[in-house]
Design a protein around this ligand. Structure first.
Ligand SMILES: C[S@@+](CC[C@H](N)C(=O)[O-])C[C@H]1O[C@@H](n2cnc3c(N)ncnc32)[C@H](O)[C@@H]1O
Length: 221
């Protein structure tokens, strides 16, 4: 039994796979999804022909919105859950956009060094153990081109006591251990420990489940 992965090692989209069909409806109505995902897209400042990786893309909403906004960019979405990627592929087909979706783990990306101009990620880091957060950020650093940028939206330090209380619902669902680093404001430390540079916190957005924070970092030139 020695190397059995713990429940904290892989947390599906809403913790239980049977909830995946309800993911878009729940996230769409509770997280101000349009506001924070379009803010992330704008922050990422994507240019034509750039290669963009959506890390842990889930049902593919962010990937589809990026491709629709930047049709000349190349978008790749990875996720560790092949089932959720079938939702993403259907969504891209319905939107009439071409996106490559691939099953992969965030801390072992199947891409050579310097493959992407941008890596984006939303609602993801709170799913990872501390060690996997660091490993994942190191992988992002590796697959980014020198000077390439990493843009992240995820739960962060609560703006006030109400936001902190609401975040308890996320912690009850996704688990306290992995989400605690986020609400303690430690994602900045994760990115710095992975030797990403120019780490910035851009804005916070209040939602029904707590404070969403937008960050950026870059691979050194
Ligand atoms: C809350 S969902 C977020 C999905 C999407 N990014 C969004 O904004 O809606 C978290 C996703 O992370 C994926 N995931 C969890 N651990 C992973 C890992 N280590 N590598 C890749 N994907 C992972 C889950 O399968 C799930 O789709």
């Amino acid at each position: 039994m020695a190397n059995e992965p713990s429940q904290d090692d892989y947390v599906p989209a809403l913790r239980y796979r049977w909830l995946t069909p309800f993911y878009d409806a729940i996230v769409g109505t509770t997280t101000r999804e349009r506001t924070f995902k379009y803010a992330l897209i704008s922050q990422a400042n994507i240019r034509p022909k750039q290669r963009v990786l959506d890390l842990a893309c889930g049902t593919g909403t962010l990937s589809v919105w990026i491709k629709s906004a930047h049709p000349l960019a190349e978008i790749v979405g990875i996720d560790g859950d092949p089932e959720i990627l079938s939702f993403a592929a259907n969504k891209a087909a319905r939107a009439g956009v071409s996106i490559e979706f691939r099953t992969a783990m965030s801390y072992d990306l199947p891409y050579p060094d310097s493959s992407f101009d941008r890596v984006v990620s939303s609602l993801f880091f709170h799913h990872l153990t501390w060690d996997n957060k660091i490993k994942t950020a190191r992988e992002v650093n590796r697959v980014l081109k020198p000077g390439g940028q990493f843009h992240v939206a995820d739960w962060g330090k609560a703006d006030n006591i109400v936001m902190r209380a609401l975040f308890l619902f996320v912690q009850l669902l996704d688990g306290f251990k992995n989400t605690q680093d986020n609400v303690a404001g430690k994602l900045v430390d994760v990115f710095e420990q992975a030797e990403l540079t120019d780490v910035k916190t851009h804005r916070t957005i209040s939602t029904m489940f707590g404070t969403m924070v937008l960050y950026s970092a870059a691979r050194p030139e």
